[in-house]
Design a protein around this ligand. Structure first.
Ligand SMILES: Nc1ncnc2c1ncn2[C@@H]1O[C@H](COP(=O)(O)OP(=O)(O)O)[C@@H](O)[C@H]1O
Ligand SMILES: [Mg+2]
Length: 868
């Protein structure tokens, strides 16, 4: 950039140099201005006019600006779009500045450190992540600055990069801290955007991280946090601390602890499965609310909603934990009155974690403290309820929940009941809380009475009834006399200002009083602010107790929500099976059922399921398109997932093992809108399943092989099923339109055929959506096409083509059979129904002229050929 001609631009440049990665909002009078490249970006993102400065001097500097009082909205918008913003304020009174007003960056806001209510989603976390890498491991840390949630993990072993990406997809941080050489890369079009922030290499160092963490937590060893021997995890966590310290004010009291976790602490759901099961977002084209999260989230607090989501992304694999939740849900599901009472009380509780976050980051105002106080008021009642319940989990929550009477008392005695939003206008502190403040207030109150006295006295002295003593910020206190009465004004009045209809005067007495009032007011405002900051800090030092209580409330809210769902939607308490058996009686799809019921669009048809680790390992589901195959597969996985979250499940009865992972692979055509090279994606996903599934996994394969030519697809599907059955032995549901796969049931023990039933009436079909044993007798593709409104003559023609194709099908299958001889332990029955020479021989026979003996001979010959 060219040289800067004015001192102002030199000042700007000096500051901008220190914040090269942020949009610099530079306070000029009543505006925040942006210059150069920043102005071009901001004008586009904010839809504001781009102008220029210094045009006349030849160097046009692009510039745009937003009014300071509306800045928060604009800043939020930039943050949501993934930008970092540095806010540069005037740090001295412009009236007192000798020449150029001093300016400094007072705040840096970034997507991962934002705490403003306009940026945050109340029911969701806002994570900042950091990645520290070495040759053998990856450390990964997540921190939500708005709530104090802080967790770290270390990824070792094979496929680290992929597993890192998986975890990032699950957690969806808004901002990612990376070393300069880090290889992680997110697609720029991810939604919401993920901002990548590069920090210097040393910031991610293990020793540096350990030192920051030990300092912060005031401990000599990190063993208590499970971090001992995990230098990369410490490095990643340290980078977060480093960055937060650099960009934020405040004590970070609310980061009261940190949790070390590992992937297999919970039921693993990879990103494909998150998407395919529509846990957080519907597949492309689906309605927004068609997700498991939306269907289950009936929490009454944001605390609970966030907890529910984290339970959904990380369901438990610990039977005791799941059982404790289920027992708690059971108690409240049958006790409607207690449940609704608890939910009603919880409803009055605000987002304690986020209030605490603002307290800790020193952005909380007096209203935040009052909201905290009002929320705490409900705690005794919540705890009384908890004490009256039987389930062990409620007793634990009762223990963990602290009524925080001291915090409540402090706020009640100190904070004014109707404070302003700003901290600079006074009225923050209750009378009686602080003696000096009380006496300052007394001075200004008395003086105001004195002023009223002066007005009365001067009216009498001058005989001007309309005489007024007034105040404005430019002239201070003055006496106003209307033009008509001007001749009555005494000579000791000093003229200050002439208006059209009146004259304003001052007197020495008034001046003196004014100084006293203003002085007292200024002092009392400063004092109030100081007292407030002190109180806020005192509240902040109780962060650990407040967070622990908030977490207990969150859990209670989720359990009450599960109880509500159990009662309202008729869910049952699932049982554990310890022999790997999976039994679902009258199971339903929680999301489709909920939507169908709510929109009164008919009924959801329940279905049964049976799997075990020996005779019923893998189910092949056939049936027409639209028959309900995919729904049946998904509902099975959702039921398993819900149980491991600790929820009742949509079924009449269910008995399930605890799974370690759920895998899903949904066929290309069901997923076309994602617009990638679909067959390749499909095979990559299938490969992952075959390589990582264990006998304790649940696998859903929906129409695999669809992305390629029919016979390739069939062959692949066949081989995949064999592998899953022979090697993996995971409980598997396989939906397919390859009818040939149903033959596997006879070939391999452990495979069972099921089909979705339809009823034929004439050339019409009705979907019964009942899953029944056995294979579908035909595919009904043409009937479905007819239902979809294909013109009648096209349907007719399709029938003809199909008939011919079916007649010649065996030759095509025959061709497939010639390609390769399969391992002996598995027969390839479907590919060798008839030998092609036999077929040709039969085709040549002229039946009209065939004599009985010739026929017998031919038959013997053919038989010989088949046997050879
Ligand atoms: N058991 C059921 N009860 C009611 N509607 C169902 C049921 N199963 C599926 N559906 C509905 O039928 C449609 C087709 O289901 P889907 O599972 O996609 O079929 P397929 O995978 O066999 O093509 C979906 O709109 C779904 O909502
Ligand atoms: Mg389907």
């Amino acid at each position: 950039m060219s040289e800067f001609s004015t001192p102002l631009m030199r000042q700007y440049n000096g500051i901008k140099e220190r914040y090269p990665n942020a949009l610099l909002l530079f306070r000029l009078g009543d505006f925040y201005e942006l210059f150069f490249e920043d102005a071009i970006v901001a004008s586009k993102e904010l839809q504001i006019t781009l102008t220029s400065r210094n045009k006349e001097k030849g160097i046009a500097v692009p510039m745009c600006g937003v009014p300071y009082h509306a800045a928060e909205g604009y800043i939020s918008k930039l943050i949501r779009r993934g930008y970092r913003v540095a806010i540069c304020d005037q740090v001295e009174d412009p009236r007192k500045a000798k020449k150029l007003v001093k300016r400094e960056v007072t705040q840096v806001v970034t997507p991962g450190t934002a705490t403003g209510s306009q940026v945050l989603e109340p029911r969701d976390h806002n994570y900042l992540a950091a990645v520290a890498e070495s040759n053998s491991a990856i450390g990964l840390a997540f921190a939500d600055l708005s709530t104090g949630d802080f967790r770290v993990t270390e990824i070792t072993g094979d496929g680290r990069q992929e597993r890192l990406m998986e975890e990032l997809v699950r957690m969806r941080p808004r901002e990612l801290l990376l070393a300069p050489a880090a290889s992680v890369h997110f697609s720029p079009e991810s939604d919401p955007p993920i901002t990548e922030t590069r920090l210097e290499e040393w910031v991610f160092g293990g020793e540096y991280g350990e030192r920051l963490l030990k300092d912060h937590f005031g401990v000599v060893s990190l063993a208590g946090y499970g971090l001992e021997g995990h230098p990369l995890a410490a490095g990643a966590a340290g980078a977060i601390f480093h960055y937060v310290r650099e960009t934020q004010r405040g004590s970070l009291f609310h980061f009261d602890t940190l949790r070390f976790y590992q992937e297999n602490d919970s039921l693993v759901l990879d990103s494909t499965t998150l998407r395919n099961l529509e846990l957080l977002e519907p597949l492309t084209g689906g309605p927004r609310h068609a997700t498991l999260l939306a269907a289950l989230d009936q929490c009454v607090t944001s605390l609970g909603a966030r907890k529910l989501k984290s339970w959904m992304l990380r369901p438990s694999t610990d039977a005791a934990e799941i059982d404790a939740r289920l027992a708690a849900v059971e108690e409240l599901s049958s006790n409607t009155i207690a449940r609704e009472e608890v939910r009603r009380v919880l409803n009055g509780i605000q987002d304690l974690e986020r209030i605490l976050g603002r307290v800790s980051l020193e952005s909380a105002n007096a209203r935040d403290l009052l909201a905290l106080k009002a929320s705490l008021e409900h705690l005794p009642l919540v705890r009384t309820y908890l004490a009256s319940f039987n389930a062990g989990r409620y007793q634990e929550l009762h223990e963990r929940m602290d009524e925080l009477k001291d915090v409540h008392g402090l706020i009640e005695s100190s904070i004014h009941p109707e404070p302003p939003a700003l901290l600079t206008e006074g009225n923050l502190i209750q009378p009686g809380y602080h003696t000096e403040l009380d006496s300052l207030r007394e001075i200004s109150r008395n003086s105001k009475q004195l002023i009223a006295g002066i007005e009365r006295r001067e009216r009498e002295r001058t005989g001007i009834n309309s005489l007024k003593v007034r105040f404005n910020s430019v002239f201070g206190y003055y006496i106003e006399v209307t033009r008509a009465n001007l001749h009555l004004a005494p000579s000791d009045y000093q003229r200050k200002q002439t208006l059209v209809n009146a004259e304003r005067f001052s007197t020495p007495e008034l001046k003196e009083l004014e100084a006293k009032i203003l002085d007292a007011e200024e002092r009392s405002q400063t004092l109030e602010r100081e007292l407030f900051v002190e109180i806020r800090r005192a509240v902040g030092t109780e962060a650990r107790r407040i967070r622990q209580t908030a977490q207990a409330l969150a859990e209670l809210d989720v359990l009450a929500c599960f109880a509500y769902l159990a009662a309202e939607r008729n869910y049952c308490r699932p049982e554990f099976s310890d022999n790997g058996e999976m039994v679902i009686f009258q199971g339903r799809h929680p999301v489709i059922e909920h939507i169908v019921t709510r929109e009164e669009a008919g009924h959801f048809i329940p279905n049964d399921l049976y799997l075990n680790p020996t005779s019923d390992i893998l189910i092949v589901v056939t049936g027409p398109n639209m028959g309900g195959k995919s729904t049946y597969l998904r509902q099975t996985a959702l039921i398993a997932l819900m149980m491991q979250m600790g929820s009742f499940v949509p079924a009449e009865r269910a008995k399930l093992p605890i799974f370690d992972r759920i895998f899903t692979r949904i066929g290309a055509s069901d997923n076309l809108a994602r617009g990638r090279s679909t067959f390749m994606v499909e095979m990559t996903e299938t490969a992952t399943i075959l390589n990582t599934a264990t006998p304790r996994s649940l696998v859903l394969l929906d129409e695999i092989g669809r992305g390629t030519a029919t016979f390739d697809g069939l062959a692949i599907a066949w081989a995949v099923v064999e592998h899953l059955l022979v090697h993996t032995r995971a409980r598997t549901l396989f939906a397919t339109h390859y009818h040939e796969l149903t033959e596997l049931e006879d070939l391999l023990p452990g495979i069972r055929n099921y089909h979705v039933s339809v009823k034929e009436s004439g050339s019409n079909i009705i979907f019964l959506r009942k899953v029944e044993p056995g294979s579908a007798d035909k595919s009904y593709g043409i009937e479905v096409a007819r239902l979809a409104g294909l013109p009648a003559h096209v349907v007719e023609r399709a029938r003809e083509v199909l008939k011919r194709h079916e007649q010649s099908e065996h030759t095509v299958s025959g061709k497939l059979a010639e390609r390769k001889q399969e391992p002996k332990d598995v027969q390839l029955m479907i590919f060798t129904p008839l030998n092609s020479e036999v077929v040709q021989a039969i085709e040549k026979v002229d039946l009209d002229n065939l004599k009985p003996l010739e026929a017998l001979n031919l038959l013997a010959e053919l038989k010989k050929q088949i046997q050879s």
